[in-house]
Write a protein that binds this ligand. Structure first.
Ligand SMILES: C[S@@+](CC[C@H](N)C(=O)[O-])C[C@H]1O[C@@H](n2cnc3c(N)ncnc32)[C@H](O)[C@@H]1O
Length: 349
């Protein structure tokens, strides 16, 4: 009885919830069926047919985000040096994770009340703080909860579909909470996901606190029918280490990164792309996404600068992203956009 109750709490969704969507206080549940094309949200921009004809003169270089979180600027002022890269990731991961933990409707309501209380006292400093908190919360509410743009399960499912793999070994570089590794496992179950991040906090908190009851829509390998998967039902290994220290051979069917390439300036991009190539089986797939250069994403990184901007960051178009991959020896199978990211599926040329 006790066990049944625990299972019900950890695994609250099943076949009867297909097509179901629901707004939770912290995130959205979206179990719309992957076979129903109209729900898929990967816009395949197959407009570049021959990448060899493109040049940087045609496509331009990515936009660089140069407004930073005060925490980074203050550290640099105090220490008289640039914030070390790994430390900047540690600051980012802590700050970003706090937002995934927020009960957004409750916080919005509390912040609204603080605003009016401060107005009644003519405390304009407090009014300013409450207003700024309210704007950030509203942006987060829309970006993460209402539009589900950060996890974007429909977009990711559409981007990941159609890979010729069975029980794949999946390597996720710079995995943070590992969301996309878990989505891939659900769609191609039975293998293994290896998550790698050099920030210990990602293993203990970002992945560790990831809700066990979050449903990933995928497949049942025995029946080929859709099925809901949960974090605890997947084979996942979390390695806390620098990607540069990994000593795997070319043994993975899929190597994925989500929001990694744009954090390295051009002189380092070949090395980052090499990380994706070196652990891949010859027939394997590389899947990469990066935030899109779009007026909405620029606005997001402006309003949310205190939460997000601790590291070097670029915003690029899918064509710019594709050119980096093509120039560094990848053949692009599919390129397009999901909600707020570009997405590319590629193979080594
Ligand atoms: C921007 S995050 C990826 C986006 C992620 N989906 C999120 O929600 O934050 C990039 C991650 O890569 C990790 N990372 C960056 N460089 C790394 C390296 N050399 N080795 C291991 N992890 C690295 C960072 O710690 C960070 O957690």
């Amino acid at each position: 009885m006790q066990l049944q109750l625990e299972n019900l709490l950890s695994y609250p969704y099943s076949e009867e919830h297909f097509e179901h969507t629901e707004l939770k206080p912290r995130y959205k549940v979206d179990l719309r069926n992957p076979r129903n094309e109209e729900w898929e949200r990967f816009i395949d921009l197959g407009y570049v047919r021959d990448w060899s004809l493109l040049s940087w003169k045609d496509v331009g270089k990515p936009y660089r985000v140069e407004n930073y979180a005060n925490a980074k600027l203050e550290w640099e002022k105090e220490h008289g040096q640039t914030l070390p890269v790994k430390m900047s990731w540690e600051m980012f991961n802590k700050s970003f994770h706090e937002w995934f933990e927020k009960d957004v409707p409750t916080e919005l309501s509390e912040t609204g009340k603080s605003f009016w209380r401060a107005m009644a006292r003519f405390d304009f400093q407090e009014v300013k703080t409450a207003l700024s908190d309210y704007i950030q919360l509203s942006v987060w509410n829309y970006a993460h909860r209402i539009s589900d743009g950060i996890w974007d399960p429909r977009g990711k499912r559409a981007l990941f579909q159609g890979l010729d793999v069975e029980k794949p070994r999946i390597l996720f570089l710079g995995a943070a909470e590992g969301y996309e590794g878990m989505q891939l496992y659900s769609m191609y179950p039975g293998g293994e996901v290896v998550l790698v991040d050099y920030d210990e906090y990602c293993k203990t908190h970002r992945f560790g606190d990831f809700p066990e009851s979050y449903p990933f829509l995928g497949y049942n390998p025995e029946t080929g029918s859709p099925r809901v998967w949960y974090k605890n039902q997947m084979k996942i290994e979390y390695i806390v280490d620098d990607i540069r220290n990994l000593n795997f051979g070319p043994e993975f069917d899929i190597v994925i990164s989500v929001g990694l390439l744009e954090h390295f300036p051009d002189e380092m991009k070949p090395e980052v792309l090499e990380w994706h190539r070196k652990f891949l089986k010859p027939s394997g797939y590389v899947i990469m996404t990066t935030p899109r250069h779009h007026v909405k994403t620029r606005l997001f990184y402006t309003i949310m600068e205190e939460v997000m901007n601790h590291t070097y960051r670029e915003l690029m178009t899918v064509t710019q992203m594709g050119l980096y991959l093509y120039e560094n020896g990848f053949d692009i199978l599919r390129h397009g956009t999901i909600k707020v990211h570009n997405g590319i599926v590629a193979k080594v040329r």
